[in-house]
Design a protein around this ligand. Structure first.
Ligand code: SF4
Length: 258
């Protein structure tokens, strides 16, 4: 399929034009490599990959974009509470793809103030504390980092949870400055992800072999039973309908919905 061009772009994303593409089903018909090629052609070098290094989907994006344009940037949010296996995987990816990974840190004084006031493990105390921690360690650092980009790619899949069921392959991220958000894997299944990882021998987080389908911050993730929802081990003490860190929720503009 021929890729869909953004006309009169002049190197700068044009929100209305991208929005018109969002509404066109043709965009949904593109496969993952076609979507990523489209993104590179329209946004590189102001395109980056958002990878948690705690799920295989982000690794697939890195692998695909390495084939399309190895100079594509990738970033990870280092909350300061990641699992040691996640740090190991960041270094393995650096070695395998000879790739710089942009490691994005929270604002130190904000985190310092939070833990001094509420404790190191404040997230177990209340939902509002958990939201605050995710806001300072994830949401705001990502927003600051994305200010240098016009588009980013994520490994979101629709079947990961109900909050993601309506995710489109192309969206406008109005929370982070009207960036173009590319979600090439939204229609992939867990089995397809596993097959791709296996076929291409893609490095993944070793905690997946220990019952962690999704590896987030170490104190907020635990192993799940075989066949359980892939995000069941995240924030297991909370209700299912509030289990998002806020990175992919669009309706809130101040981070209060995380
Ligand atoms: S997942 Fe847990 S430790 Fe990580 S930022 Fe959110 S609340 Fe804090």
């Amino acid at each position: 399929m021929a890729l869909i061009a953004i006309d009169a772009l002049d190197g700068k994303p044009f929100k209305d034009e991208v929005l018109s593409l969002v509404k066109r089903d043709a965009m949904e018909a593109l496969n993952a490599q076609e979507i990523l090629t489209w993104a590179v052609e329209n946004f590189h070098p102001r395109l980056t990959i958002s990878a948690s290094f705690g799920a295989p989907e982000g690794m697939i994006l890195i692998d695909m974009l390495h084939e399309i344009d190895p100079t594509t940037r990738v970033f990870v949010l280092d909350t300061g509470r990641l699992h040691p296996a996640t740090y190991d995987l960041i270094d393995r990816v650096r070695d395998r793809y000879d790739k710089r990974v942009d490691v994005v840190f929270p604002n130190a004084s904000e985190v310092q103030e939070m833990v001094q006031e509420k404790g190191m493990n404040l997230f177990y105390e209340s939902h509002s504390n958990r939201k605050l921690c995710c806001k300072l360690r994830k949401v705001l650092p990502m927003r600051r980092h994305l200010a240098d980009f016009d588009a980013y790619a994520t490994g979101l899949r629709r079947d990961q949870n109900l909050n993601r069921a309506d995710t489109r392959k192309l969206e406008i991220d109005s929370v982070n400055g009207d960036l173009v958000k590319v979600n090439p894997l939204v229609d992939w299944t867990h089995e397809r992800v596993q097959d791709y990882v296996s076929d291409r021998n893609i490095p993944t987080n070793r905690m997946h072999q220990q019952g962690y389908p999704s590896v987030g911050c170490e104190p907020c993730t635990r192993a799940v039973a075989a066949g359980a929802d892939s995000r069941a081990g995240r924030w297991w003490w909370e209700n299912d309908d509030v289990k998002e860190c806020g990175l992919h929720i669009q309706e809130q503009t101040d981070g209060s919905g995380i």
